[in-house]
Unconditional design. Structure first.
Length: 229
């Protein structure tokens, strides 16, 4: 599946979640939230309708789901839901904006299908659980989500990179692993240097996921450390 198709599928799912969390949703609201044109939203809504989702249009107001329509609920226990809320606070400390955004959207989807008694409790817990200043945590990168995608789909990635000596270079890399220690680090096979290298996502100036795939590196992360460190 092409990357653009994955993006659209993700957006369609997220739009459906918005329909389930609000009684009325406008095309303007959706276009602003997902940063696409209203024409794109109109096409997305038609695609959902063709898929059998009963979306109604209220003249002058917006879209709403037919009353009584629900996606079958996911059966999380209260403790499992609470663990996800705590994990959300940890994720908010991440320095990568894309990772925070994707995780927060995933939590919204989960909240939208929780049973009402658990949903009320998780919302209360979310309001009462916060690490110091995590909401205003400075973000220094916005590409971790795309790097995760390239890693799991074995896509080559073209980057413009500035190293710690402030020298810029163009690289073709094969993402292998993502680590965190104060900052995020990407372990990747660098075709320019012909060896594994560490890259900091916040030093990637420009990035492009290429359609070309690479041969997966047949080893675990522990085997990588045993072999190279």
């Amino acid at each position: 599946m092409e990357y653009s198709e994955v993006n659209r599928l993700s957006r369609l799912t997220a739009i459906l979640v918005q329909f389930q969390t609000k009684r009325i949703v406008t095309a303007t609201e959706l276009s602003q939230k997902f940063q696409v044109s209203k024409r794109t939203i109109y096409r997305d809504v038609k695609a959902l309708e063709k898929a059998g989702i009963p979306i109604l249009t209220e003249e002058g107001k917006g879209y709403t789901l037919m009353e009584g329509y629900k996606i079958p609920p996911v059966m999380f226990t209260e403790k499992q839901a609470n663990a996800l809320i705590l994990a959300e606070q940890l994720v908010l400390k991440s320095k990568d904006a894309s990772f925070v955004k994707d995780y927060s959207e995933a939590i919204d989807k989960i909240k939208s299908i929780l049973r009402y008694n658990i949903k009320d409790k998780t919302n209360l817990l979310a309001d009462r659980t916060q690490y110091n200043q995590v909401i205003n945590q400075e973000r220094n990168s916005n590409n971790l989500s795309d790097l995760q995608y390239a890693l799991t789909n074995y896509n080559l990635v073209k980057i413009e990179y500035i190293n710690k000596e402030n020298r810029e270079s163009n690289r073709i890399i094969e993402p292998f692993a993502i680590l965190n220690s104060e900052n995020w680090y990407l372990v990747a096979w660098c075709r320019l240097r012909n060896e594994f290298r560490f890259f900091r996502p916040d030093r990637i100036q420009k990035m492009e996921i290429l359609p070309e795939n690479f041969e997966p590196h047949n080893m675990t992360l522990q085997e990588y450390f045993d072999k190279y460190h």
